[in-house]
Design a protein around this ligand. Structure first.
Ligand code: NAD
Length: 540
């Protein structure tokens, strides 16, 4: 007490390499074996108590879908009401707890994730979401540890933002938590997003109901266990997996709903927004709606682009994690002078890329998340195979016999408005449109007006004028814009993340701007020289 504390300075968590023979690789391989050999039962966590409803779902390995690694209990309206009551109970102490105590829990959780629990979090994510070791490491360990650590610094910076003061008055701002609970709804594709959607509002003093994606319950539960071990009090984050159709209406129409922290598809967020809009008369406070949603992320190459860099960034940006990143490159505009050589270079790389189970570390591409996703991606490839304007020039194979495998696929189209250029596929499919070198400006305009999304995008050019023109024409086409780099891989503290248009509210996850949404400011003015006469001089 009686001190102005400073949170520890932290950089980004270093990414481990998992080279053959390294200790981290040996430990992870052991943990993978252990996780494969056992089946876990995952409860709900409400008010610190484990709840089992008997209504269960299954956790299966996407690259070996006959193998079950867990079952999880699903929440229904009754458990939702209990969780809301427990969140309200916990709010009384948690919302008043000194901020440094809340920060300490996050910092301890980050240490657990980066050390003692590293192989556990990685093994869980690799098996549950079919991520290669590198993809899991940069997500479930490094990005989550970064969110947890760096958000404490953003919180401190926010609290230090205070109004001007002059001698006779003292103006202060208090960053109060929201009055009610926050509903955190997370997607399957990033374990770190699950951890951040619930913990960022909690760090700011809020209590939370966390609904993880049904296909990521296994890894997200491991994160929940880390939070408990780090000392998170009962009822601050309540873990309620289940079917959104049976949970969401009860949560969203509750008078105490103070905010929604969502990441997922635009359709799901639209549905949440409409439910909230329809319940406006019930709420105690206007709920904050933060949603980071879909993308149709682009690359525009100028004739001056470096070909090898472009080829590498397209391969990594489009196919890492099977193209299941909101930021994955899924449409590319290539000048005709570069296309023949680029096509050859990409085909050569793809011929060496291996697709298969991620426990074999030589595979670059794993399986897509589930049957529904596999069927959806395959339907786009089949459409391309039949469509007159499209040619599948690389990949195209799909095999669901043991796992949900889709080969990295490149489609060439002569129609820049074909649906593969406009719709989010969320799989390893890159569609290329080849343009005349002289039509660079026109192609930038085409790119801007083609899709409803505006999440990530990039330009490849050596010519500075071409870069400048792209920045200008594509001002509103992406919330995260890259110059001569892939469209994926934003890191916390360096590239605050989010897009506009149909890609979300652009509240920039992993930044002070996001945390600001989870507080409600009280301004306090204190006067040290209170006037004693109502009359102003002009009255005389
Ligand atoms: P999804 O929309 O199917 O599910 C996301 C979450 O919302 C899940 O927990 C799901 O159960 C829940 N949900 C679905 N419908 C709902 C409804 N009507 N009401 C309440 N909750 C509902 O998304 P997904 O398949 O898990 O993830 C992929 C999507 O997420 C893609 O569209 C991708 O672009 C997007 N995404 C965006 C970002 C970003 O930062 N912009 C990051 C990751 C993923």
């Amino acid at each position: 007490m009686n001190a102005i504390f400073q949170v520890p300075k932290s950089g980004n968590e270093p990414v481990l390499a998992y080279r053959p023979g390294s200790p981290e690789r040996a430990e992870l391989q052991e943990t993978l074996k252990t996780f494969r050999a056992r089946e876990v039962e995952i409860p709900l966590l409400i008010g610190g108590k484990e709840v089992r409803t008997g209504n269960t779902g299954e956790c299966r390995i996407p690259h070996d879908h006959n193998h079950r690694i867990g079952v999880y209990h699903k929440a229904g309206p009754e458990e939702v009401r209990l969780a809301i009551a427990e969140a309200a109970k916990a709010w009384k102490d948690w919302s008043r707890l000194p901020w440094e105590e809340r920060a300490a829990i996050c910092l301890r959780a980050a240490e657990l994730i980066s050390k003692k629990k590293r192989s556990i979090i990685n093994a869980g994510t690799m098996l549950c979401q079919s991520k290669t070791v590198h993809q899991s490491e940069i997500d479930a360990v490094c990005e989550l540890a970064d969110f947890l650590r760096l958000n404490t610094g953003f919180m401190q910076a926010m609290y230090q933002m205070q109004p001007e003061n002059f001698a006779a008055t003292w103006n202060r701002m208090e960053y109060r938590p929201l009055e009610g609970f926050v509903f955190a709804v997370s997607p399957f594709n990033f374990t770190s997003i699950g951890g951040n959607l619930c913990m960022a509002p909690a760090l700011m003093g809020n209590t939370v109901l966390w609904k993880p994606s049904s296909t990521a319950v296994y890894s997200n539960w491991l994160v929940m266990e880390v939070f408990r071990e780090a000392g998170l009090p009962d009822g601050v984050i309540n873990f309620i997996p289940g079917d959104s159709s049976s949970l969401a209406p009860t949560v969203l129409s509750d008078p105490a709903l103070a905010g929604v922290h969502f990441t997922g598809s635009s359709q799901a967020f639209n549905s949440i927004w409409k439910t909230v809009a329809g319940s406006m008369d019930r709420y105690r406070t206007y709920p904050r709606l933060v949603g980071e949603t879909g993308g149709k992320d682009f690359v525009v190459a100028h004739p001056s682009a470096d070909l090898q860099g472009l080829s590498t960034c397209l391969i990594r940006g489009a196919f890492e994690y099977q193209g299941q990143k909101c930021s994955a490159t899924s449409r590319a505009y290539i000048p005709e002078s570069l296309w023949p050589e680029l096509r050859e270079s990409m085909a050569e790389s793809l011929s060496k890329i291996k697709t298969g189970p991620v426990e074999d570390f030589s595979n670059f591409v794993g399986a897509v998340i589930d049957r529904a996703s596999f069927d959806n991606i395959r339907s786009y490839i089949q459409y391309a195979q039949q469509c007159e304007s499209c040619t599948v020039v690389m990949g195209g194979g799909c095999d669901d016999s043991s796992g949900y495998f889709v080969e990295p696929t490149v489609v060439l189209t002569t129609d820049p408005h074909c649906k593969l250029m406009e719709e989010e596929i969320f799989g390893p499919v890159l569609t290329v449109y080849v343009y005349k070198d002289s039509e660079y400006r026109e192609v930038l305009e085409l790119c801007d007006s083609t899709s409803p999304y505006a999440l990530t995008g990039g330009v490849f050019a050596a010519d500075r004028k071409a870069v400048k023109l792209a920045l200008e024409v594509l001002t509103h086409s992406a919330g995260n814009f890259y110059i001569n780099d892939k469209t994926t891989g934003a890191t916390v503290g360096h590239q605050p993340f989010g897009g506009a248009r149909a890609s979300g509210t652009n509240d920039k996850a992993g930044s002070i701007y996001n945390l600001l949404r989870w507080v409600s400011i009280r301004t306090i003015k204190e006067c040290f020289n209170t006037p004693g006469d109502y009359r102003y001089p002009f009255l005389g």
